[in-house]
Each structure stands twice: as structure tokens, then as C-alpha cells.
Write a protein that binds this ligand. Structure first.
Ligand code: BES
Ligand code: MN
Ligand code: ZN
Length: 488
């Protein structure tokens, strides 16, 4: 996709499709819009009337134009000026881009008003919306995608915003990596392929990389991670990518992603309605972590960032852990496994202990951790847990700006009581009620010194319906908020 930040007016632009954003009180048309309507012989007003176009978010109207420098006119609703936020622009831009593709427009002129937003924030959101909406995953189709692509987008009235557009494209490339990793099934994305992906990222973008093989994980005492990995025929990979800025970093951060390339449940096999066939998405946290690494390595902020994932798959085998086994994590704590399907928290336990020792100023884990979080918040909203208000608030603000939905949940220590074990320090699951909360309290046992936040992304890493710029499938959830958080 080629973007151009252009000073051209909607009256002078020529290309295939011109998309114009209209506020809901602007349908009378004035200024350039009125002039365009005049140039087109009153067509804009006609379309507004015929399509019952109200200028609301989600309103869209398209028409054929003759005798202008372009052949399709696309109207997009922006809602009320005072309500317009970056996410509104992202969605309006994505609606315009999708309409342009439907109408076979190779080039699109995009003139969305920016309302009260700063020009760079607006340009970034618009470019993100276009990129994210036009993404297509054709890797597993045997026939070539013949759809005519939108390959040139001119952001009209946004001259000078090349930097913001460039940032949007770097972020989008990270979102695409996360989508590709999550969408690819477990016979393509494996612990070995994840290590290879990390190696490719390190090489292409100059990141440092450490991959701890099984023996090194054993030496570090990572019994919880390795307990899960035991049943797999594939070697576990503990992956640690590092982005270091030139000069002294302003701060140091860590991002940790749950990296189960498949979750069968183990001996507590996923049966019935537990969607075992969707468990290729159980590395969504690692996908977001790698996606953030890809974006951040290109944006090059003055912040040191560690990207970590303990990658394996949760399988069934004679070598697998038995329900009832007791594992020892790398901080010495012992865990009685009363459910082999609560495996993510085991892999994260050792990853958190490892990250805690890096001396970073803050760390965030992202995990497709519990079905209970999906029950609580639905498919579109992630759950946030943190004992640290400043960290939680900072990330909430980043996610708001990035347009990713989340909700802060209570870190109810008392629920840990249901995880007490008569034999070991704890069990790995507590009562079914509040299962997403007890999971986060379990994780907390493996954090000592570092300000920490946990994000349960079991719902939003995947969507079964098209929502704005997310098509059916993997969403790449988390990448945009993480990047925004690191830059902030
Ligand atoms: N990977 C699953 C959580 C999950 C469920 C992700 C649905 C996406 C959609 C996790 O490993 C798991 O199996 N959690 C169990 C925990 C339970 C055994 C306490 C769950 O949620 O059922
Ligand atoms: Mn599981
Ligand atoms: Zn899992």
C-alpha cells in the first residue's frame, strides 16, 4: 500500500474513488463540499437524500460519477464533531477503504475531516484503518487472489503527515504478523517455527535474541513450563527478543506472551463445547508480543523492551504430566496440577519469574488464559488485572488511544484460597466461579519486584464476525496498545 499525504483539494483531486467524511450536522454542505456538489451538478445532495445518509458513524453511501476526475464518490459518516476520536477515524477510514475495494478503485482519495484531533494523531489513525481493513490472508488458498487491490491512497489535506503515516504502517506490519501467527494452524505454527520467526525478526530488524533450549530451561529450574512441554513431540523454546535503543534508554519494559501453539487440554482433554479446534489461537499473547517487537524495532523509540514467550504445545502422551502431578517452578514454588488444561499459567509462571529478574520498570503479560474471561467480558473485550494502579491506568490510556477494548477487573487475593493444596504450595486451578480472577492471582505468585499487569485476551484475539477493520479470523489484538504503551 502506497500512501501520499497531499495538499490537493477535493475539487482538484483525480483518481478512481474519492471518499469524503461528513459530520451529522454538516449535510447542508458548505465551503469545499458545497463547491464539489456544484461541480457534480448537485449529486452529493441527491445521494445524501436517496441513501438516507445521516452522517452517523457506520453510514456509507457510494455512487458513480461522470465528468469529474474520479469515477466513484464515497460518503462516510463521522458522527458528531465533539464525539470524534481516533477510533472513529480508524473505523471511517476502514469503511471507505473497503468500499473502494468493492468498487474496484485502484486509487483512493481520502478526505475525512479530523474534528478536534491533532493532525498527526488523525493521520496515523486513518492510515491504520485503511491498512488494517484491506489486509487479506491468502496463504492457505491454492488459487491466486484476483480481487483488484486498492494500492494507492492519498490523504487529502494532510500534507506534512508522512511521519504519522509511516508509524501507522510500521504498527500495521506488526498487527499483520500477529494475525498471521494466530490464524496459521498448529501444523504450521509450532515452537520451532516460532523460534524461526523470532530469528527472522532479530536478523531483519537488528534485535538481540536469546533462545533457551530445553536443557537451559531445566538448568534454570523451569519445571512448570517444562511440565506442560513434556507431552509434546516438539522441543520447547523459551524465546527472548531484546530491542535496545542507541544511547541510554528512558525506561526498560518487558512484554510476555502466552505461547501455546496448540492447547488440547492434555489429559484433561478439551471435550464438548470447549472448541478444541480453535486452540491454534492459544499463542495469541505471543503473537501480539512478536507483532509489537516488529513494530517497535522499526519505530525505534528510546525505550529498552524485552519480548518473551515460553513456547510449547499442550498435548496428550505417555510422557505428559498426569493430573495430580506436582511441579516446581523456577522461583521454587510447588504446584499441584489439578487440571492439565490450566497450562497457560504454568508456562507464564516461569516466564514471569525470568522477566522479573531483568530489572525492568514494568512488565505486561498477554494471555489467552481463560474461557471464564470470555464469559465475563464477551469476545471483544480483554480483561486487565494489576496490583499497580499507575501501570493499569497507563495501559488503559494506551488502549483507548489505540482503539482496543479492555476492562479492568479485580485482583481479589482472597480467591487464592480456593487454590490451596494440602500437599504443595498451591493447585493450578481454583473454583470455577471467578476463574479468570483466580488465574490472575495465581500468576501474581510468580512476580516479586516488578510492577506487573496481566491482560486476558482469550476473547479478542479472534473474531467470528467482521467488525470495522477486523475481518473474520485473527485480529492481531494487543499490538497497537502495546506499541502505544511503549511509546508513551
Ligand atoms: N487456552 C485456554 C483458554 C481459552 C478458552 C482460550 C477459550 C480461548 C478460548 C486455557 O488454557 C484453558 O484451557 N483454560 C481453562 C482453565 C480451567 C481449566 C481452569 C478454561 O478456561 O476452561
Ligand atoms: Mn488450556
Ligand atoms: Zn491454553
Amino acid at each position: 500500500m502506497k500512501f501520499q499525504a497531499s495538499a490537493t483539494s477535493i475539487l482538484d483531486w483525480s483518481g478512481d474513488g474519492l471518499a469524503i467524511g461528513l459530520f451529522d450536522n454538516q449535510l447542508e454542505l458548505s465551503g469545499e463540499l458545497a463547491a464539489l456538489d456544484g461541480k457534480l451538478g448537485g449529486l452529493v445532495k441527491e445521494v445524501i437524500a436517496e441513501a438516507e445518509f445521516k452522517g452517523q458513524p457506520g453510514n456509507l453511501a457510494t455512487t458513480r460519477v461522470a465528468g469529474a476526475g474520479f469515477r466513484k464518490l464515497i460518503l462516510v459518516g463521522l458522527g458528531k464533531v465533539e464525539d470524534l476520536k481516533p477510533e472513529g477515524l480508524r473505523r471511517a477510514a476502514s469503511a471507505a477503504a473497503r468500499a473502494a475495494r468493492r468498487e474496484k478503485c485502484g486509487s483512493l482519495g481520502l478526505a475525512l475531516a479530523v474534528g478536534n484531533q491533532a493532525a498527526d494523531v488523525a493521520a496515523q489513525a486513518i492510515a491504520e484503518g485503511v491498512e488494517l481493513a484491506l489486509y487479506k490472508d491468502h496463504r492457505f488458498k491454492s488459487e491466486k487472489d484476483e480481487t483488484k487491490p486498492v494500492d494507492e491512497v492519498h490523504l487529502l489535506g494532510m500534507a506534512g503527515q508522512e511521519g504519522a503515516i509511516d508509524r501507522a504502517q510500521k504498527i500495521a506490519s506488526g498487527v499483520f504478523l500477529a494475525r498471521e501467527l494466530v490464524a496459521a494452524p498448529a501444523n504450521y505454527v509450532t515452537p520451532i517455527s516460532m523460534a524461526q520467526t523470532a530469528q527472522d525478526l532479530a536478523k531483519e530488524y537488528g534485535l538481540e535474541l536469546k533462545i533457551l533450549e530445553q536443557a537451559e530451561c531445566e538448568a534454570l529450574g523451569m519445571g512448570a513450563f517444562l511440565g506442560v512441554a513434556m507431552a509434546s513431540d516438539l522441543p520447547p523454546k523459551f524465546i527472548h527478543l531484546i530491542y535496545k535503543p542507541q544511547g541510554t534508554p528512558r525506561k526498560k519494559l518487558a512484554i510476555i506472551g502466552k505461547g501455546l501453539t496448540f492447547d488440547s487440554g492434555g489429559y484433561n482433554l478439551k471435550v464438548g463445547a470447549s472448541s478444541i479446534e480453535m486452540m491454534k489461537t492459544d499463542m495469541g499473547g505471543a503473537g501480539a508480543t512478536f507483532g509489537a517487537a516488529k513494530a517497535i524495532a522499526q519505530i525505534k523509540p528510546d525505550v529498552e523492551v524485552h519480548f518473551i514467550s515460553a513456547v510449547t504445545e499442550n498435548m496428550v502422551s505417555g510422557r505428559g504430566m498426569h493430573p495430580g502431578d506436582i511441579l516446581t517452578a523456577s522461583n521454587g514454588k510447588t504446584i499441584e496440577i489439578n487440571n492439565t488444561d490450566a497450562e497457560g499459567r504454568l508456562t507464564l509462571a516461569d516466564a514471569l519469574v525470568y522477566a522479573d529478574k531483568l530489572g525492568v520498570d514494568g512488565m505486561i503479560d498477554l494471555a489467552t488464559l481463560t474461557g471464564a474471561c470470555v464469559v465475563a467480558l464477551g469476545d471483544d473485550i480483554a480483561g486487565l488485572w494489576s496490583p499497580n494502579d499507575a501501570l493499569a491506568k497507563g495501559f488503559e490510556a494506551a488502549a483507548e488511544a489505540a482503539g482496543e477494548k479492555l476492562w479492568r477487573m479485580p485482583m481479589e487475593e482472597r480467591y487464592f484460597e480456593s487454590m490451596k493444596s494440602p500437599l504443595a504450595d498451591m493447585k493450578n486451578t481454583g473454583s470455577r466461579a471467578g476463574g479468570a480472577i483466580s488465574a490472575s492471582v495465581f500468576l501474581k505468585q510468580f512476580v516479586k519486584d516488578t510492577p506487573w499487569m496481566h491482560l486476558d485476551v482469550a476473547g479478542p484475539v479472534w473474531t467470528d464476525k467482521e467488525i470495522a477493520y477486523n475481518s473474520v479470523g485473527a485480529t492481531g489484538y494487543g499490538v497497537r496498545s502495546l506499541v502505544q504503551w511503549v511509546l508513551g
